[in-house]
Design a protein around this ligand. Structure first.
Ligand SMILES: Cc1cc2nc3c(=O)[nH]c(=O)nc-3n(C[C@H](O)[C@H](O)[C@H](O)COP(=O)(O)OP(=O)(O)OC[C@H]3O[C@@H](n4cnc5c(N)ncnc54)[C@H](O)[C@@H]3O)c2cc1C
Length: 292
């Protein structure tokens, strides 16, 4: 049943410090509100916990894109439109431009934030596979300071993260220097545009003399949380993509990916379909690399 919006209090504080102080003084009392594109859907479907909302979207301290030698850091309030319009990201992290361009329609991209996409912790969200393959580091902030963790360790399960009630996501740092890598991202949904994915796979690969010297794979909806596909990566590492070995390499990669697939079954798709399509996407990526 639809929630009654008048039952929700919304407060705003003038600075990040004031917000963090409020969160620390009242652990778990408030729901931070960034773009609200997840929260308003939860409100309309009656799933939003009955807690006061604490506005964070106006905090300039959380909205920035900073390029440094070897990395780009995005504040949690960076919107998908900010990402799409950023020349450094387009040059260094093209897969992130792609996933941002898929994250809902333009209105959604103007308002939805990277922080909200991560904290909402949907296994089907569009940007996590890209953050995983680029090796993102996430900075969390509270009134007592900051801590940084690999983004790969952020998700604990379906809609569960390591975030404490007194913490916010501050920023996401992505290493750069992937010019020599083959890069891949594909989302499979009901339609090409404006659909939550049934399954998505991102990939980065370094190839030397037909050999996969490094491969990274990140998946959405392959398990109850976004994951790096460790089994498939280790099965493929060091394998040959030369014509006489390609089919065996693909078989090994598919089998390893199948062994770690534990997809959810929900209204969008079945677990069986998701697992089969994930293998097909991996095969597509490997064939693309082998051809180029
Ligand atoms: C029509 C529509 C289409 C959509 N399509 C897609 C899609 O194609 N792909 C996709 O991945 N998503 C999609 N979404 C989901 C949503 O837009 C994204 O997940 C977006 O990134 C959420 O960001 P937000 O700022 O709006 O989050 P909010 O709704 O403000 O917050 C989401 C959650 O994150 C928490 N939060 C937000 N920021 C922080 C922070 N800095 N620190 C701690 N907690 C925080 C909030 O408390 C809340 O729990 C769609 C949503 C709608 C309404």
């Amino acid at each position: 049943m639809r929630s009654d919006a008048t039952q929700f209090e919304l407060t705003s504080e003038p600075s990040l410090n004031a917000v963090l102080t409020k969160l620390a003084a009242n652990p778990g009392k408030y729901t931070p509100l960034a773009g609200g594109t997840e929260i308003m859907v939860a409100l309309s479907t009656g799933r939003l916990p009955q807690k006061p909302l604490l506005n964070i979207l106006h905090l300039a301290e959380l909205r920035f894109i900073r390029e440094e030698p070897g990395s780009i850091t995005l504040g949690a309030n960076t919107t998908f439109t900010d990402i799409r319009n950023n020349a450094a990201i387009a040059r260094e992290l093209p897969l992130l431009i792609e996933s941002a361009s898929w994250t809902g329609a333009i209105a959604n991209q103007n308002r939805g934030t990277l922080g909200g996409n991560i904290v909402n912790a949907s296994p089907a969200a569009d940007n996590p596979p890209v953050l995983l393959v680029y090796g993102a580091i996430i900075t969390l902030i509270s009134s007592t300071g900051t801590r940084t963790i690999p983004y790969a360790d952020f998700h604990l399960g379906y809609k569960k993260t390591v975030l404490r009630p007194d913490e916010l996501v501050h920023s996401v740092t992505l290493p750069t220097g992937f010019a020599d890598y083959r890069q891949y991202i594909r989302k499979v949904g009901t339609r090409n545009a404006l659909a939550i994915s049934k399954i998505a796979l991102g990939g980065l690969a370094l190839v030397k003399d037909d050999t996969l010297t490094e491969i990274r794979l990140g998946a959405a909806s392959l398990t109850d949380r976004p994951i790096r596909c460790a089994a498939a990566e280790s099965a493929l590492q060091g394998q040959s993509l030369a014509p006489q070995h390609l089919e065996a390499t693909i078989r090994a990669g598919r089998a390893a990916l199948a062994s770690e697939a534990r997809p959810i079954d929900d209204i969008r798709s079945t677990a069986k379909y998701r697992a089969a399509v994930a293998e097909n996407l991996l095969e597509e990526f490997l064939r693309q690399i082998a051809k180029s």
